[in-house]
Design a protein around this ligand. Structure first.
Ligand SMILES: *[C@@H]1O[C@H](CO)[C@@H](O)[C@H](O)[C@H]1NC(C)=O
Ligand SMILES: *[C@@H]1O[C@H](CO)[C@@H](O)[C@H](O)[C@H]1NC(C)=O
Ligand SMILES: *[C@@H]1O[C@H](CO)[C@@H](O)[C@H](O)[C@H]1NC(C)=O
Length: 347
């Protein structure tokens, strides 16, 4: 059986639940759509693996970018496999309202606590200021297309950042990461995973999930306080540099889309150029901070990649054994680190 490479990592998966598309696709840049380097699209690798049994079952690697950016590049064999499968499994059940409420409560601070009580004063103040800036900028970040679809800046801001003072710092950190201009511009189109879930529902396929929200959410809550404060501080520093114009975010999502459309699995899974949840491992960090960054990186790798792969692999195996006469289509995130680094939440 195929190893479940990378899987859809928590933030990126959970992001889907908030209902909006997400990506770092930049504006004003050529879409990294086509794969000019090689031959015909149909001859490229696809992210489809067949599990040889009768009837066959499939693994399909998805990514969390607006589906319109990749759909035309997904080979026919993958689309056929999806159409012909009886049962479609995702990492999370995106169509179950319980998934959303479980996510919301998992992100909240304990009853009666507020971020202001929890965060160091300097961090709280900078966070608040940054969110005020985002709120102010949001109308100018949105595209005419988004406005044409009736998406309003206030609504979007509240959908992503409403209730931020009640969220756990780690989720606020992820949220801040998803509140950049390029991310905002790509809201409103379902990401590929969500699109497949909607299609499965439309085609009245049986659907299911191999994971529970808690299994994705709890590990993130397991970072300890000093690690979370470090991460939030770094995230804010990065956003502040961005605001001051002294830093440009690398367009990692564009690269991801390009690799995906080119069937370049190795780049998707193994590329480390976008390290973990924002880029904490930064060559200019002083040594003791680099250690903290590395510890966070290791923690996520262990909890969100290795342990999950094992857990999900076991559930897949059980399903295949329990229903030998059904054809399954397992749609899981194809990326490893990259997905982890970009997922960032907006519930
Ligand atoms: C957090 O975890 C790191 C690494 O395990 C450890 O060095 C540090 O002392 C911990 N901090 C707190 C506040 O528990
Ligand atoms: C945030 O990070 C900067 C730079 O690494 C450091 O000087 C500062 O003390 C940190 N602030 C907090 C509150 O941890
Ligand atoms: C790297 O870290 C330093 C100090 O925390 C910060 O000033 C700089 O903006 C960071 N660079 C990136 C690309 O995040």
């Amino acid at each position: 059986m195929v190893q479940l490479a990378g899987a859809c990592l928590v933030q990126s998966c959970l992001l889907l639940l908030a209902g909006a598309g997400q990506s770092r696709g930049p504006s004003g840049r050529e879409p990294a759509a086509s794969c000019q380097l090689r031959g015909k699209q149909s001859e490229l690798n696809s992210f489809l693996w067949t599990i040889k049994r009768d009837p066959p079952s499939y693994f399909f690697g998805t990514i969390h970018v607006p589906y319109t950016r990749v759909w035309d590049f997904i080979p026919e064999n993958s689309k056929k496999a999806f159409q012909h499968s009886h049962i479609v499994y995702f990492e999370l059940d995106l169509t179950d309202p319980y998934t959303i409420s479980a996510l919301t409560s998992c992100q909240l601070l304990p009853q009666g606590e507020n971020l202001q009580d929890v965060l160091p004063r300097d961090i709280y103040r900078r966070l608040k200021r940054h969110l005020e800036y985002v709120k102010l900028m949001m109308p100018s970040w949105m595209t005419p297309d988004q406005r044409g679809k009736g998406l309003y800046a206030d609504y979007l801001f509240n959908a992503i950042a409403g209730n931020w003072e009640r969220k756990r710092p780690v989720w606020v950190m992820l949220m801040v990461n998803s509140l950049t201009e390029v991310d905002i511009k790509s809201r409103g189109v379902p990401v590929l995973d969500l699109y497949l879930a909607q299609e499965a529902e439309r085609l009245r396929k049986q659907t299911g999930a191999v994971e529970k929200v808690e299994e994705q959410c709890h590990p993130l809550n397991g970072l300890n306080f000093s690690q979370v404060i470090f991460a939030l501080n770094q995230t804010l520093l990065q956003q502040e540099s961005l605001r001051a114009g002294s830093l440009q975010i690398p367009y990692t999502t564009e690269d991801l889309i390009k690799h995906y459309n080119c069937g370049d699995l190795n780049s998707i899974i193994f590329s480390h150029d976008t390290s973990q949840v924002p880029n904490f491992i930064n060559a200019t960090l002083p040594p003791h901070e680099r250690i903290t960054a590395q510890e966070i990186d290791n923690y996520f790798r262990q909890e969100l990649i290795y342990k999950r792969n094992e857990r999900m692999g076991k559930r897949v195996k059980d399903l295949l054994e329990e229903y030998p006469d059904k054809s399954f289509f397992f749609a899981f995130g194809a990326g490893g680190d990259q997905e982890n680094s970009r997922g960032l939440l907006n519930g």
